[in-house]
Design a protein around this ligand. Structure first.
Ligand code: 5AD
Ligand code: SF4
Length: 438
């Protein structure tokens, strides 16, 4: 038998791309490929790209340029571009970078093996359709190999919210939920393979409404069903929109032990004027009331969010409202970005805020967010938390895992990867906690 061909995948962007890369690697496994971590060894290189923020396409072109020598040395090397830049740029990618053999959008990656076969005679292949068929149905059952204790599971894709700054509704398409049976089957398979924590993924995951005989299931109903799986200890989900946090999902945070006390709930801005211009369809006040209700259900929940500063039209006063909202919420962990115009989105046509003012606001916001993050981390010292151990630490004898609140935790002691243990937190560092096994 010939040696298997080797596939190198480089993944950019969000957790959904991490999941998609796994599924693409599995699909190519069926076509005789095994994964490699070095592009120099590869027979096929795939860039799974992200288009959410600035200069994404430019970065992909410069990365592709670096493969010129590899392709010259190995003319059979296949080079593919997947993900949201593939969706947004399509054939343009091959026009600008002729060494690319195939371009595949996020909804077509079940067709990847067949596309790869079509490139064998030197043809270029592009597929950025939003096909009728369900890629998840077309993908084979996931292989049964053992795997690490945590996994992502995409349950919902796309978005109908059309925030004025965001490319997702265009690159990932309309909001679609996977049927309940598909999700449960995949979750059972993952648990059989050693997974103890599943993070449910979707661009708008709390809008989940999966088909089920007798009526669609909400995310809360799905979580309660997943919680009944023996061997599955932890459930998380991301990313949510404030307007889709229904009462049942809030209640689940108080009732379901396996649902972890961590919620990523982006608000983007604390100014009602900016929120309106962003087409967010909620106010700062409605967001704060929602946080109150969530905290009433689960008082210790750790909140996380996303912020954009320098959105077109944002004034110093608007920015002060954002700072005030952050003070009011107290976030445990946040992502914050300077606005960047994404071609094709409504906000892209609007005049930009002065670049220095935007940078200055971002620095002030990040200083506040970092301070809150450190304070909340420091408050963990002395507390006992669950930790799921994921890998050996960098120091000999050290093991590293994630707490219920998603903090990285290091301990020294006798514990295996995949064990869920109680840990007493003894120290708080810049990006992680230290503790001792209880
Ligand atoms: N500019 C800056 N940040 C953006 N995000 C999405 N689009 C843009 C943009 N055009 C941020 C939002 C979103 C996160 C995933 O990326 O905060 O929640
Ligand atoms: Fe983008 Fe999220 Fe808004 Fe959807 S809800 S348009 S994914 S920022």
């Amino acid at each position: 038998m010939a040696d298997p061909r080797k596939l190198f995948i480089k993944t950019y962007g969000c957790q959904m791309n991490v999941y998609d890369s796994e599924r693409m690697a599995e699909a190519m496994g069926g076509a005789g490929y095994v994964e490699t971590s070095t592009p120099e060894d590869a027979d096929m290189i795939l860039l799974n790209t992200c288009h959410i923020r600035e200069k994404a396409a430019e970065k992909v072109y410069s990365e592709l340029g670096r493969f010129k020598d590899l392709k010259a040395a190995k003319p059979d090397l296949k080079i593919g571009v997947a993900g949201c830049v593939a969706q947004a740029e399509g054939e343009e990618i091959m026009r600008r970078q002729p060494l690319v053999d195939l371009v595949v959008g996020p909804q077509s990656y079940h067709r990847l093996p067949e596309m790869e076969a079509r490139t064998s005679n030197g043809s270029k292949v592009v597929d950025t359709d939003f096909p009728e068929e369900d890629k998840f149905e077309k993908l084979k059952k996931r292989p049964q190999a053992k795997r690490g204790p945590t996994a992502f599971l995409t349950v919902q894709e796309g978005c109908d919210k059309f925030c004025a700054f965001c490319v997702v509704p265009y690159t990932r398409g309309a909001e679609v939920s996977r049927p309940v049976s598909q999700v449960l089957t995949e979750a059972h398979d993952l648990v059989e393979r050693g997974v103890r924590e599943i993070t449910l993924l979707g661009q708008n995951v709390n809008a989940y409404h999966g088909a089920h005989e007798g009526g669609d299931w909400s995310l809360a109903t799905l979580i309660r069903a997943l919680a009944k799986i023996d061997g599955l200890d932890r459930i998380r989900f991301t990313t949510s929109h404030p307007n889709d946090m229904d009462d049942d999902l809030i209640a689940a945070h108080g009732e379901c032990d396996k649902l972890m006390p961590y919620l990523h709930l982006p608000v983007q801005s604390g100014s009602d004027r900016v929120l309106k211009a962003m087409n967010r369809k909620h106010t700062a006040e409605s967001y704060l009331r929602l946080i109150e209700r969530i905290r009433a259900a689960r008082p210790d929940i750790l909140l996380s969010g996303d912020f954009i500063v320098g959105f077109p039209g944002e004034t110093e006063e608007d920015f002060a409202d954002t700072m005030a909202l952050v003070e009011a919420v107290r976030y445990g962990q946040c992502y914050s970005f300077k606005y960047s115009a994404r071609p094709g989105t409504p906000a892209a046509e609007r005049p930009l805020v002065d670049a220095d003012a935007a940078s200055d606001r971002l620095a002030r916001l990040q200083a506040l967010l970092t301070r809150q993050q450190r304070e909340i981390q420091d408050e963990m010292v002395g507390r006992e938390v669950g930790v799921l151990f994921e890998r050996k630490g960098r120091i000999a004898g050290q093991m590293t895992g994630k707490s219920d609140y998603l903090h990285a935790v290091h301990v020294k002691g006798d514990v295996e990867v995949g064990e869920l243990r109680r840990v007493r937190i003894t120290e708080s560092g810049p990006n992680s906690l230290g503790g001792v096994l209880v």
